[in-house]
Design a protein around this ligand. Sequence first.
Ligand code: PLP
Length: 384
Amino acid sequence: MAAAARARALRAQGIDVISLTLGEPAFPTPPHVIEAAHQAALHGETKYPPVNGTPALIQAVRAKFQRDSQLDYSADEIIVGHGARQIIYDALTASLEPGCEVIVPAPYWNAYPLIARMAGAEPVFLPCSAADGYLPRPETINAAITPRTRWLMLNFPNNPTGAVCSAARLADIATVMRAHPQVWIMCDDIYEHLIHDGSAHATMAAVAPDLASRVLTVSGVSKTYAMTGWRVGFAGGPARLIRAMSRVQGQSTGGVSPVAQAAAVAALEGPQDLVARMRTTYAARGQMVAAALAAIPGVRCAAPRAAFYVFPDISGVLGRTAPSGKVLATDAELADALLADAHVGCVHGAAFGAPGHLRISTAADDEPLREACRRIATFCASLH
Ligand SMILES: Cc1ncc(COP(=O)(O)O)c(C=O)c1O
């Protein structure tokens, strides 16, 4: 968000900045979704909604979990929030207190440690390597668990790496988790429909049904249906956790706008072929950007398996001097220089617990992406 704000500020000065900072699809929200919201507003769905979600959306979310993951949640096991972000906030706030620990495999979406800290808990990071496909090893998870551990955060497909976790690897993690009944598992599946290498999405509650009583399965409409601004996310989990989350949400924001919830129903229940089209586009863009960056001396970059980020290892470029005379010692300094000198906004890897990388969002359109790659290559060539 901060990187996006810096890019916007430069653009306001009239500078032609290409901002690849946010994970925000450039596609418009599908027209039938907008039409459903319009009709909902016209038909009086303009009052305070139930805190946990409208009956129609709760039903649509139950059907979605059944259709996509063969998970059977009852209505009291579902909650709708203002994006997956609030769902995660509700869950951690409801369950953590000072002294608790939350295991966060790295690279991670940076909201996890920040929300855990807001709840007074300590994130415990588990570095995952590119050689391991950016997946946490079961034995490393086991070694990180202490009596204070409350949550294991799993996010596959992953932001920022695009890593995908197979059912077999989740089953191995489940084996470890069976020995630690005090630890809950959060599966943030927000990119579940954006796997572009053909592999299947797997989620813990389906892989290990015996653990489902301590698994929260999180998803939403932001990424799948290009609906980031509508602020609708949801989760399925045990009723007692959902009740506790509902108390947090009830005293913070209350329920999500019924107009937005009607839009989410239309997205979940309407035609799904547009998701496949977007996925194909993201796959092509990921490959195009990864290939262009990998051609830059000092940059290593594999095409992502999922989502819409490319996560190059730029450690080979660090330590060089920009034409401005500044030595670029860290990924943050490189990202700053790219914005100031090449007018390309991206996010430094340290923000995701992976110094030496950049995260480049490929949710933008083709031409700005191509031009951004040209600018990055020209800038790197100018370093000495
Ligand atoms: C891994 C991950 N989880 C959750 C979210 C939040 O999504 P939402 O728009 O539903 O709040 C994001 C958004 O960037 C994300 O990358």
